[in-house]
Design a protein around this ligand. Sequence first.
Ligand SMILES: [Zn+2]
Length: 380
Amino acid sequence: MPLKAVVDGETVIAPDLSDEEWAGLQLRHKKGLTVTMACCGAPGHLRTSGKGTRHFYHAPDSGCRYAEESKEHLEIKYKIYQTCQSENWETSVEFPSPDRAWISDVYAVRDGRKVVFEVQVSAITPEELEERDRKYRVLGIESYWLLDNFLGKSRDFTAWYDSFLAGEDGRSPASVPYIDPSLFSTGPENHIFIPRGIRSVGLSAKSRTLFTTNNPSLSLPVWVREVLKGNYQRYLEAGADAFHRKRQLVTLAAPALIRFREFYETIIRHGTYQERAGRAERRFRAGPSRDDPALQKMVRTLSAEIDWVGKEYRSYVSESSGLFTWKKVAAQDRPLLYFRLEPASNVKKIQDGVATMDRWEASFEDALRTLERGSSPGNG
Ligand SMILES: [Zn+2]
């Protein structure tokens, strides 16, 4: 339902008229004055909404898509318009694009900044949103989409985020061992902004309130003012920056964490080193070099070293190391071990730790090979 129409060749914004002007216009319209809808040129009429908002409406069968706009849409659009005006922005409603391909709900300009607000009560597909947003982008207009109940409506927006989350390596953080997936769980405005740079906010059209991931109920005028001050853009960017920082740390830490996970398997879960050392020792004791004092010493050291690497592993996963934390997760009997991505210096620490254990493992393999040689017949 439009706020705007053309009367006597002049554009009129209904709520901007004084009571007298509105009454006068109604009277003249009754006497036959033509009111033309600004959107499509169809004939229109005057009306006041239940909330007292003056507006125009299309004569029946206009076929105009703006005739279908809900009363919630009207009230929200009007509130945004009012707020922008009260902040001294040069404000237009139902503002057509240069090629008239689309009409934006509210368009506000100040000090060279151009901002557009789009109220989307009906569902919008991700493709349509992206296409329409692109049109503003090429004109250097900052667009803000108020999307009604977009939490529930579009899983596709989450799909944008999920595929972005997987990153260029195609590896999702959830597939990296010890990464807490909740680090990357976030809300719809981030699902849309982080992968596509499209600014949006959740809209509860019925209550005319907004919501974001961190704020379940945000007043419309308060939010509009935050947009105009640039704060909402900064909020979105801060979220994206935090995302990118975490994502980068995961990529950086992934090889060390994957390797660390292998150490868990070999040291804790399967006792692989113990078993292999035991086997080598038995063969050595049955072999020709069993009396070699240097090799005997090596056998003793091996066992101590395996204890050492076990302790080393445990010291890393203890809470006091600051590298890992145990977290109780719903639907899991036991707490899960997660790597603390931050501070960023933790990544260096786990890389160093893994490098130390790698070096130890290489020396362990060397020692086993030496023992093997000592166990072979004809050697010694
Ligand atoms: Zn129309």
